[in-house]
Ligand binder design. Structure first.
Ligand code: FAD
Length: 465
């Protein structure tokens, strides 16, 4: 069995630790944020996590996450249920009409509660240690497993302590320093794609007085240049976000609570949340990048002995709620690659890259496809129809996809396929659009235009008081 160092105790780091501990490895998780994880019931009030910027923004866990967890780490699912997690179906009224309806159920909990449940499960593993308050500064190299490719044999902390490892797992999130650390050891640069996602989040949590769910809305609704995201969470809490684009500077006053509340009150059902008790200040998050890194370049790993998982591999604009589900699938792919290739770091790097490329990269690209078109639609609202078409190479496909999404509300087969596509990662939009039966359905559908919320000029009036 191996000594494995996991850098970062976010969702990916803790999931990796649990999976690898389950296979009998000795796992040391190193986390920069100093505070010990509180019990899930205290996590919201007590836990400060500077290392995870989105710690107090709404999170949901997709059906695929629930399925993978139930199968691989049922103690996490059980811990979340015990912590009061909320469960709902994306199928709405269709839920009662499908076999195995739980296939389509989502789980939600405030992010501190999720991380505290994961940390509690890790705490139950005899072969995992977590050291918090230790910042890592780089990698240690030893004898190369292949000519010209640095082989990592441990990590070095900011205080200069060397921690040896048979394998280093980088789970340091979307702003991961792994690329810099690779340059420091003379590795070739990974392939990297970065662009501004273009979306901004203005979010806040509320709670019902009696702990009953605040679930009038589950998910996201679009109102022209803004969207409303409402995610009922554990113990009567709900995360509510107003989402806009970073190019839309007129929205900036939404950072002020009275402005945010005024706009929320004007969105359909928005006032429902304002009657509840606010349990957080308003949190703003922008500057989110879509970022993808590949650590095999020209068919050769850039490094052996160190691999990146979760957001340290790829991160997207989060409005489809896929990040932790992707990360969990990625951790499972890593576990399998380690099972097959632990003794051969070169083959391990290639096998993990191959599995990532086959299973997850198409979904990274599909998520970008969705976001780029959505961004262009929102920009069209902001600029009154004069949208920049350069980001939309595939307008007919996007139009058809939106028609199918609308039709899915009244078509059981389509609903299950679209929900399975987007939340189980069963079929990418490209695969759905290649089905002539689906495109024929869409062709006969007149897309509904407009929306119930305030018009753009009414929105600007609300913002400007
Ligand atoms: C606004 C927003 C909303 C989101 N909503 C959802 C959602 O609804 N559903 C969903 O599935 N996903 C969502 N996501 C994405 C999700 O938050 C990420 O996919 C998830 O956090 C990835 O986990 P991670 O462990 O890879 O990284 P992180 O959670 O970022 O954890 C990285 C950890 O590494 C530590 N670290 C960093 N550098 C060092 C260092 N040098 N030394 C030691 N430790 C270090 C950090 O302190 C941190 O604890 C959202 C993201 C954002 C931005």
């Amino acid at each position: 069995m191996a000594r494995i160092v996991v850098c970062g105790a976010g969702a990916s780091g803790l999931t990796t630790a649990l999976l690898l501990a389950g296979d009998g490895h000795e796992v040391a998780v190193i986390e920069r944020d100093p505070m010990e994880a509180p019990a899930p019931s205290h996590a919201w009030d007590a836990w400060e996590r500077r290392g995870v910027n989105q710690f107090r923004l709404p999170h949901l866990l997709l059906p695929r996450w629930r399925h993978e967890m139930d199968a691989a780490l049922p103690q996490v699912s059980a811990g979340l249920r015990a912590a009061g997690a909320y469960c709902a179906s994306f199928l709405g009224p269709f839920r009662e009409m499908v076999p195995d309806p739980e296939r389509f159920d989502i789980v939600t909990a405030r992010r501190p509660v999720l991380d505290a449940v994961l940390a509690a499960c890790v705490g139950d593993c005899a072969n995992v240690t977590i050291r918090r308050g230790v910042a890592l500064a780089g990698l240690q190299v030893g004898t190369s497993a292949a000519p010209g490719i640095p082989n990592v044999v441990g990590v070095v902390t900011e205080a200069g302590e060397a921690i040896p490892a048979d394998l280093v797992v980088i789970a340091t999130g979307r702003r991961s320093p792994f690329g810099r650390w690779l340059a420091d050891i003379g590795a070739r640069p990974p392939h990297e794609e970065i662009e501004d996602s273009g979306f901004v989040y203005y979010g806040r949590h509320f709670r019902s007085g009696d702990g009953s769910p605040l679930d009038k809305i589950i998910g996201m609704k679009d109102y022209g240049s803004v969207s409303l995201l409402a995610l009922p969470a554990d113990n009567g809490a709900v995360g509510v976000g107003i989402i806009g684009t970073s190019a839309d500077k007129a929205l900036l006053p939404l950072r002020q609570e009275p402005v945010w509340e005024r706009v929320l009150a004007a969105l359909p059902d928005g006032d429902y949340y304002l009657e509840a008790e606010p349990i957080s200040p308003l949190v703003f998050m922008g500057g989110l990048e879509d970022r993808y890194r590949r650590f095999v370049v020209d068919d050769q790993p850039v490094v052996t002995g160190a691999v990146a998982v979760g957001d340290a591999w790829a991160a997207t604009n989060p409005s489809l709620g896929r990040g932790i589900s992707f990360a969990t699938m990625h951790c499972l792919l890593l576990r399998d690659a380690i099972r097959d290739h632990l003794e051969d770091p070169y083959q391990l790097a290639l096998a993990f890259d191959g599995a990532t490329e086959t299973t997850l990269t198409p979904w990274y690209r599909a998520t970008l496809w969705h976001d780029r078109h959505k961004l262009a639609d929102v920009q069209a609202e902001v600029t009154d129809g004069t949208t920049d078409m350069s980001s939309r190479q595939d307008d007919q496909g996007w139009t058809t996809f939106k028609q199918l999404s609308q039709l899915a509300f009244s078509d059981l087969d389509l609903a299950t396929r679209m929900v399975a596509g987007g939340t189980w990662f069963a079929e990418t939009p490209e695969q759905l659009l290649a089905d002539p039966d689906l495109t024929a359905k869409a062709a006969g559908h007149e897309p509904g235009g407009g929306h119930e919320g305030p018009s753009r000029s009414e929105l600007l009036d609300l913002i400007n008081g």
